[in-house]
Write a protein of this length. Structure first.
Length: 213
């Protein structure tokens, strides 16, 4: 973790842990990003309902591919959420296909019309799809039916920063659309204080709950 202490992600996480103050509009932010996102891969899944991993069967396994950034991101998110959301499985990467969990895949980030493959440094998708999530990825109880792939770094060698890796784990945990504090507007930090507030608030809610209109 010490290598990343100067990052925005780490410093804003420490600020959250010291202040633990939600922005006034946190529920509206979260409803937009998780409950009814406009553009993200989550928009077709359980509209208007809370979409997050259920932890009743234990923490989410994360196959880290021996990546220090991913390992530190997992540790930092566990620290902020003050529970074992993840447990790390080092060194396996895409050599395994678990029933559910997160698989870190290096050098496979997929682009879009706005970000070509060669410069895209991160996205989250199904194991067999470079950009999308399978329609039955998660059920109303928050149980994921298949693994998700956290894709880091481009095939052309462009590398993600620690902040960007934390950002992608935020998507994998259930944050869909970007918002101020989560890479919006363009050029803003990949994660900032509002990101941590939204993530904490998301995991205070129960999977499948309805968002207020």
């Amino acid at each position: 973790m010490s290598d990343f202490r100067t990052s925005v992600a780490f410093r804003s996480a420490e600020r959250w842990l010291n202040e633990k103050r939600f922005p006034d509009d946190i529920d509206a932010i979260l409803s937009r990003s998780n409950g009814s996102p406009n553009q993200s891969n989550l928009r077709d899944f359980l509209p208007g309902r809370v979409k997050r991993w259920a932890l009743d069967e234990g923490p989410i396994p994360v196959f880290l591919a021996n990546d220090a950034r991913a390992g530190a991101a997992v540790a930092l998110i566990n620290k902020v959420l003050e529970r074992s959301v993840f447990y790390a499985v080092p060194g396996l990467g895409r050599a395994v296909a678990p029933r559910a969990g997160l698989v870190v895949s290096l050098g496979t980030a997929a682009g879009s019309s706005k970000r070509p493959h060669e410069i895209c440094i991160g996205n989250v998708s199904g194991l067999t799809d470079e950009t999308g999530w399978d329609e039955d990825t998660v059920d109303e109880q928050g149980h994921f039916q298949r693994p998700l792939c956290v894709r880091i770094d481009s095939s052309a060698g462009h590398q993600a920063t620690f902040d960007q890796v934390v950002h992608e784990f935020g998507h994998a945990l259930g944050l869909g659309d970007h918002f101020p504090g989560f890479a919006e507007p363009d050029g803003a930090p990949a994660v900032d204080y509002a990101f941590w507030a939204a993530l904490v608030r998301l995991y205070q809610l129960s999977p499948g709950d309805e968002y207020a209109a």
